[in-house]
Design a protein around this ligand. Structure first.
Ligand code: PLP
Length: 367
């Protein structure tokens, strides 16, 4: 049985390790990104992989998001099942299990699929066509990340091939400009990289339109690129995800302010042996081992008077270095490198305000 997290509990009494989200900060982040999208005149479709929580999704939708983005079939299904009226699956629908999931999700929500090849959508298209329906597909365009997506030179041909498939309506183009994160902390270079990605996508959409396919959605998406890529005229939608919680990687490169990080993992010091190690109960099963943009392998940073860095982890053991004055039993707050990987390791989020648990959010669709 898992230890209970109960509304009304003092934060200090939470069972550790536990992922904690500050509700006031999260709400502020939701409102700020919604206002930013409104100012730019683009639709906001946050990526849900960051929180996987129905409550967070509802706050984002109430603030004006047009729908949400999913990476997995389970996320898409959970969203379609009463959370969001519209879901973009930004992942190729390859394999029977995924096409089953898309067909099921299409019964209760608008579903848009992201893909870069005819082969990826063939099974889905055939099954949708057999039902006398169509599925909306956005062409995945690689604007520099080199992780799926056709390069712009191949986009017209790929769009044409998809549009020729019975059952498919090519509705738009999209990119994940994750390369902007790789640029690091130089804001000018980061802005340039985001704008370059946005321009490339808009030009690609125009070339596809000139070929006779009337694509309407031109969708970019990332937190590091949120201030740049969607500013390009012709972009219609943005899909940041991490912004809602923030994390150490974003703070490090300057795309999220220190005070805007809503998430931390509270962890107990369980041993200070052998010297000089301080061992905490948040290892890689609580923190994920996703790399840091520090490039130094660290998996988290302690926020608070003791300081210190979680430099590595075993499954249930985090190796804390540089913390001062800590004793066995103390609780430290660790800011993770990458919020999304961490949330996915937990079945619940303790939502807090002013030191008290105000809600407990189940983490959905973890598989
Ligand atoms: C397809 C897609 N869109 C949007 C995002 C959101 O990016 P970020 O986590 O930087 O906010 C991601 C993140 O991995 C993604 O893969």
């Amino acid at each position: 049985m898992t230890a209970r997290i109960v509304v009304g509990m003092d934060v200090a009494d939470l069972p550790t390790p536990v992922v904690v989200v500050d509700r006031a900060i999260l709400r502020r982040n939701v409102a700020a990104m919604a206002a930013h999208a409104r100012r730019l005149g683009v639709a906001l479709r946050p990526h849900w992989k960051t929180t996987k929580s129905a409550q967070a999704a509802r706050l984002q939708l109430e603030a004006g998001a047009v729908g949400l983005t999913a990476a997995t079939a389970a996320e898409m299904q959970a969203l379609a099942d009463g959370i969001s009226p519209s879901v973009f699956l930004a992942y190729p629908p390859v394999g029977r299990a995924r096409t089953d999931a898309v067909l099921a999700a299409m019964r209760s929500a608008e579903v848009i699929i992201g893909a870069d090849s005819v082969d990826a959508v063939r099974d889905l298209a055939e099954r949708v066509h057999a039902l006398g329906r169509t599925v909306a597909v956005r062409l995945d365009v690689d604007t520099g990340l080199r992780r799926t997506g056709v390069v712009p030179e191949k986009a017209v041909g790929a769009a044409r091939a998809l549009a020729a498939m019975p059952g498919v309506v090519v509705e738009g183009v999209w990119t994940h400009e994750g390369q902007v994160q790789g640029v690091g902390a130089d804001e000018t270079r980061r802005m340039k990289a985001g704008v370059a990605a946005g321009r490339l996508l808009v030009e690609t959409a125009e070339a596809i339109r000139a070929d006779g396919i009337p694509v309407t959605s031109v969708s970019v998406g990332s937190t590091p690129g949120a201030r740049s890529a969607p500013t390009v005229p012709g972009i219609t939608e943005m899909r940041p995800g991490t912004y809602v919680l923030g994390d150490e990687n974003q703070v490090r490169i300057g795309t999220v302010e220190n005070d805007d990080v809503a998430v931390s993992v509270h962890s107990s010091v369980v041993s200070i042996e052998p010297e000089p190690w301080v061992i905490i109960d948040a290892g890689i099963k609580a923190m994920s081992s996703d790399g840091s943009t520090h490039g130094d392998g660290r998996i988290g940073t302690v926020i608070g008077p003791s300081g210190g860095v979680v430099v590595t982890g075993h499954e249930e053991h985090g190796f804390l270095q540089g913390a001062t004055g800590v004793r066995v039993g103390d609780v430290v707050k660790v800011r993770p490198n990458h919020a999304c990987g961490v949330v996915n390791m937990h079945s619940q989020i303790a939502v807090v305000e002013d030191g008290v648990v105000v809600d407990v959010w189940p983490v959905l669709a973890r598989h």
